[in-house]
Design a protein around this ligand. Structure first.
Ligand code: TXA
Ligand code: MG
Length: 317
């Protein structure tokens, strides 16, 4: 692949116009959402979508999430049943992706769905993401803007560290507030199922639906390739549930009982703060090329999503 001069775009009218022009031209622009930076391309342009897989070095069977500015655009590409309508009304814009039947004749590239007849759809809340999507007017396919299998980016600098020279541009919109990818849900009327825990807590979804969710989080049958065992992997070996620093390792703390740790996800033990820091802290520790030991994280609310990511980071590979 020829090296590109990756441009950094400013979050103003000129930068937005440039991003849209690159998208219309079949190029790749990374942009901030409230969860993580996405690597965006026109979801109806197969070659543009192919460039996403190429830039990320991503296995071709991983389907992508499409991002839209509003409900009308969501309906151009997908079909929402009653359960999906309730969830969209309650949680969009926000960190929730719904896996929905593709609308016939939508024009979506098949590479986006990796050949499935469903597509994951998300309406992000980040104002800059909304302005970009509204100005583009269609669907932008966007996985997290990192090389495949590496940590997801929460700043434009993370994006450039992984993808400079292989993407056209990154729109710099500061740090992502949520810091974890979106929660992915299959809104089946009979059996709504969680495909990936993420930035929207499962408890909130269960409260909105008035019923528990089925879980498809079984590593033996990865419905969602995000569940593949070593998807979120720093280069260094990761071990979990360490109450102290092992010899020769870095220690990533959580809460007030981690004096002497190298970095703390949240000194006060706040799971929202820990989620926002997770990828940035893993990036910083990974740069030191030593094993990483992680303190125990409570397994409720956003802690479930954090532990899901950490388990994948620790999986043998
Ligand atoms: O927060 C996010 O969701 C970020 C930002 C950029 O929006 N995006 C993101 O995309 O995390 P990605 O490509 O890294 O993860 C997409 C996940 C994958 O695990 C994929 O398998 C799943 O969505 N997925 C996509 N389409 C699917 C489908 N039709 N059925 C089941 N899973 C699907
Ligand atoms: Mg990813």
């Amino acid at each position: 692949m020829p090296m590109l001069q990756t441009q950094t775009l400013t979050p103003d009218a000129k930068g937005i116009a440039r991003a849209v022009a690159i998208w219309r031209d079949g190029g790749l622009v990374a942009f901030p959402t409230e969860t993580v930076y996405g690597l965006g391309a026109d979801a109806c342009n197969g070659q543009a979508v192919a460039r996403i897989y190429q830039a990320k070095g991503r296995p071709a069977f991983n389907p992508l999430i499409i991002h839209v500015a509003d409900m009308a655009t969501a309906r151009r590409f997908s079909v929402l049943n009653e359960t999906a309508e309730i969830l969209a009304q309650t949680f969009w814009p926000g960190p929730l992706s719904l896996v929905l039947p593709v609308k016939p004749g939508s024009g979506l590239s098949e590479l986006v769905t990796a050949g499935l007849d469903t597509v994951a759809v998300r309406l992000p809340e980040n104002p800059l993401a909304q302005q970009l999507l509204a100005a583009f007017g269609g669907a932008i396919a966007a996985p997290s803007a990192n090389p495949s299998g590496r940590i997801s980016p929460t700043t434009a600098a993370h994006v450039l560290a992984g993808l400079s020279g292989v993407i056209d541009a990154v729109m710099d919109g500061g740090t992502c507030g949520v810091g974890l990818e979106s929660t992915i849900l299959l809104p089946d009327i009979e059996n709504p199922a969680l495909l990936r825990p993420g930035g929207l807590p499962v408890e909130a979804i269960e409260a909105a639906l008035g019923r528990p969710l089925a879980s498809r989080d079984d590593p033996a049958t990865p419905m969602s390739p995000g569940q593949l065992a070593s998807h979120y992997a720093p280069r260094s070996a990761v071990t979990l549930n360490k109450h102290a620093r092992p010899n020769g390792a870095l220690w990533l703390g959580f809460g007030p009982d981690c004096a002497g740790c190298d970095l703390n996800l949240s000194p006060n033990g706040d799971l929202t703060e820990a989620a926002a820091n997770l990828f940035a802290h893993l990036h910083s520790l990974d740069d030191k090329a030593l094993p990483i030991a992680v303190a125990p994280i409570p397994d409720h609310g956003l802690g479930k999503a954090i532990n899901d990511r950490l388990k994948r980071a620790a999986a043998a590979r």
